[in-house]
Design a binder for this molecule. Structure first.
Ligand code: UDP
Ligand code: MG
Length: 170
């Protein structure tokens, strides 16, 4: 067992369908601690950086549109970003989320219950969850500043350009 952090993104399709609360409830039942949360309007740059390991995949451009909310109407063009902390939180959240493709996900998993594959073949799977500790650290540092979290989880620089604390790079 090890104490970990993970990045969860409640994706635009979940916000459009009004199931963000159900998702948060399910994660709360797993006794995870929420250490940061915010709604983010996702820039092109942030989307591409977040999914950079998938940039050679045929679905990459649609994925960027999806995470930016471009497939779910102007009023749903955001994601809810949450950092959770807990024992083995990375695997726990991935288990609760279910398989990437909602059609293959367990019906009681979040993706099985709330996700879908559109007739155009677009996967709408309601939640992102970090895949391993290295990715979790990279993603949390990408989406959050140290002062947006309830406590320090990675080393921070004491000074930064705007006077706010910033992550210390490795
Ligand atoms: N994705 C997709 N088509 C695919 C595989 C993935 O649209 O065939 C999207 C989907 O939204 C998924 C995201 O790309 O959540 C990231 O893919 P990854 O393989 O990392 O799956 P995850 O870690 O989210 O389960
Ligand atoms: Mg992944």
């Amino acid at each position: 067992m090890s104490l970990q952090q993970t990045l969860v993104l409640i994706k635009p399709d979940a916000l459009q369908r009004g199931v963000a609360g159900h998702i948060i409830n399910r994660l709360a039942h797993a006794h995870l601690r929420m250490v940061g949360a915010k709604v983010v309007k996702v820039s092109e740059k942030l989307a591409r950086e977040h999914y950079k390991s998938l940039s050679d995949k045929p679905f990459f451009e649609e994925l960027i549109k999806y995470i930016r909310g471009r497939l779910h109407g102007e009023e749903h063009s955001g994601v809810l970003a949450i950092v959770y902390q807990g024992e083995d939180v990375i695997a726990k959240v991935r288990e609760i989320a279910g398989a990437t493709n909602p059609e293959q996900a367990h019906p009681k998993s979040l993706r099985g219950a709330y996700g879908r594959v559109t007739t155009k073949g677009q996967i709408e799977n309601v939640i992102h969850a970090s895949s391993d500790p290295q990715e979790a650290e990279r993603e949390i540092k990408l989406w959050f500043s140290p002062y947006e979290l309830t406590h320090v989880i990675f080393p921070v620089k004491s000074v930064s350009r705007n006077g706010k604390k910033d992550w210390r790079l490795k």
